[in-house]
Design a protein around this ligand. Structure first.
Ligand code: CO
Ligand code: ZN
Length: 341
């Protein structure tokens, strides 16, 4: 699975420009899905039909389940180019300015620019914002700048394998994409109608999941995404730890998980001896927020992969957490839905 994770995390995909990621996933899932479709916004849908799917809420053994992982990663956009040949930028998603100084941005045309902050040596590094940052292409004037206003960039960093820990620029949320691909490949049979959806534009406000869930109208929806990790220096009041298993989300800023779905997850993990933990996050959200509120609503929840250094170019996750998330999904999808709290 690490080869797939490397391939996915090194692919280029800021919000709205997910096509390279989508091409990889489409090739991977093709032989395993009953139907593959790309919707007008760019979400990739892969359907796995149950043996006897019944998609009305609460009746029959099977329900309609939507699983979502987002293909996009945080990125940058050029907002202004000055006469001296430097570009100003704006962010796409929650890019933290302190991670950008000295960083490298790659544009869709392959051009690379380096990022720094105004008056670098004299600068108080704690007091910058993206308004003070600029991109340098080595140009001497405006006409030598190889990009235009509106061009987008993503960060450049190779995948690094540290054993159980893995590092990449886009674990958020290519690790979720890898988990869904692997789950689809290993899922032999299910009583449910399962929609594996690889969404676009999550980092700018769960936009892909909003329209995808409108199309699918799931009974049950689960986002697979990263969360913060509480085991780094001075990170307080957060229980989740990298390597302690996938985290079953109770709430975040944007969503309260369905108590029955949460219990189904916890009971399944416990019964199958899958390491897991419980997540209460006071900021951020995932595609589950959009899926929960689509149409008449759905029973929503999320499985989170603890991630150190989230939204930096060196996001770190655990390989065993990744594999345990696949096991948990497989165990849930192989049996009946249990949504009674
Ligand atoms: Co994110
Ligand atoms: Zn994410």
């Amino acid at each position: 699975m690490k080869d797939l994770i490397k391939q996915l995390t090194e692919a280029y995909g800021p919000p709205g420009y997910e096509h390279a990621v989508r091409d990889i996933i489409k090739e991977q899932i093709g032989p395993y899905a009953d139907k593959v479709e790309i919707d007008p916004l760019g979400n990739l849908h892969a359907l796995k039909n149950g043996r006897n799917p019944k998609s009305s809420k609460g009746s029959g053994k099977g329900v309609k389940i939507m699983l979502a992982a987002h293909m996009d990663e945080i990125g940058l956009m050029v907002s202004h180019i000055n006469d001296k040949g430097f570009a100003r930028l704006t962010t796409m998603g929650g890019v933290r300015h302190e991670t950008m100084v000295g960083n490298r941005a790659v544009f869709t045309n392959g051009v690379l620019g380096v990022i720094n902050v105004e008056n670098w040596l004299a600068h108080d590094r704690l007091d910058n914002s993206h308004r003070k940052l600029y991109l340098d292409f080595g140009a001497k004037n405006k006409k030598d700048v190889p990009v235009r206003v509106g061009d987008v960039a993503a960060f450049q960093r190779p995948f690094v394998d540290l054993g159980d820990a893995m590092v990449a620029k886009s674990m958020d949320d290519r690790i979720g994409c890898a988990i869904l691909i692997e789950t689809l490949k290993q899922l032999e049979q299910t009583p449910h109608e399962v929609h594996f959806v690889f969404t676009v534009q999550e980092e700018v406000g769960t936009r892909g999941a909003t329209t995808a869930a409108y199309k699918v109208r799931p009974d049950v929806s689960i986002a697979i995404d990263v969360t913060d990790s509480g085991d780094v220096p001075e990170r307080k009041h957060f229980e989740v730890k990298m390597g302690d298993g996938p985290a079953i989300k109770v709430m975040d800023w944007g969503m309260l998980a369905h108590p029955g779905l949460r219990k189904w997850m916890v009971d399944t993990a416990t019964k199958n001896k899958i390491p897991h933990q419980i997540e209460v996050l006071t900021f951020g959200t995932t595609d589950a927020r959009a899926m929960q509120l689509a149409g008449e609503g759905s029973a929503a929840g999320a499985i989170s992969i603890p991630c150190r250094h989230v939204h930096t170019p060196s996001e770190m996750v655990s390989y065993s957490d990744t594999q345990n998330a696949v096991k948990l999904l497989l165990a849930m999808l192989s049996g009946p839905a249990k949504l009674d709290g």
